[in-house]
Ligand binder design. Structure first.
Ligand code: C5P
Length: 217
């Protein structure tokens, strides 16, 4: 294997990618990038201007104007920001504007990145690629539990409807649709808790890296 270690983690909304990716990065001593935050921040900037996230001119201008402070906002995790993110994410100009940042992030020291198109577009040559999924019901239930625990009152049915809508938009868009890379390791976590999913992913990672001649602790 040549170059730094890049681990791509893609999959649908609320599949547990972020939790897995963060823990894997800590375990391996690699930087971690949640690429969904970039799209959420662009979506927020468009909403701030009372713009339509599907307006290519407005969304592309906001993506080009994105600054590090935008990623520190506290309102990026709301359902409204998620849907706006999915809207702007279908626009080729927005994706192009965010591409170099993502590539530069991983270039020097390697990285674990999670998103929708990391293994297919951002790092098609990633050392190891995962596609993490779970049934729509299980994903909605997990997200709903998280939101309820954080004090957000929202019906489970609404969370499930929004999750399905976002997955559909993300999978059906013409540019960089969400799909497993041909060489991705696919893990269905429907029947696994967060710890069991981590153990399963680390076992697959060790085996894939071993085949590349790389050993990790
Ligand atoms: O991962 P997260 O749910 O935060 O992503 C929010 C939205 O950003 C997704 O629904 C998707 O539309 C978009 N996204 C994307 N490509 C990525 C990461 C996120 O299109 N690499």
């Amino acid at each position: 294997m040549s170059g730094p270690l890049i681990i791509a983690i893609d999959g649908p909304a609320a599949a547990g990618k972020g939790t897995l990716a963060r823990r894997m990065a800590a375990e391996l001593g690699l930087p971690y990038l949640d690429t969904g935050l970039l799209y959420r921040a662009v979506g927020r900037r468009v909403l701030d201007r009372a713009g339509d996230p599907r307006d290519a001119t407005v969304a592309t201008a906001e993506a080009l104007a994105l600054s590090p402070a935008d990623l520190e906002r506290q309102d990026l995790r709301t359902p409204e920001a998620a849907l706006a993110a999915s809207g702007v994410a279908a626009i080729p100009g927005v994706r192009a504007a965010l591409l170099e940042f993502q590539r530069n992030f991983g270039r020097s020291r390697g990285a674990v990145l999670d998103g929708r198109d990391i293994g297919t577009v951002v790092f098609p040559d990633a050392s190891v690629k995962f596609f993490i999924t779970a049934s729509p019901e299980a994903r909605a239930q997990r997200r709903w539990l998280e939101m309820t625990a954080a004090g957000q009152a929202i019906p489970l049915a609404q969370v499930e409807a929004e999750t399905r809508q976002r997955d559909k938009q993300d999978a059906e868009r013409a540019t960089a649709p969400m799909r497993p890379a041909e060489d991705a390791l696919v893990l269905d976590t429907t029947a696994l808790d967060a710890n069991a999913a981590f153990v399963a992913v680390m076992a697959q990672l060790r085996s894939r890296l071993g085949a590349l001649g790389v050993t990790i602790a």
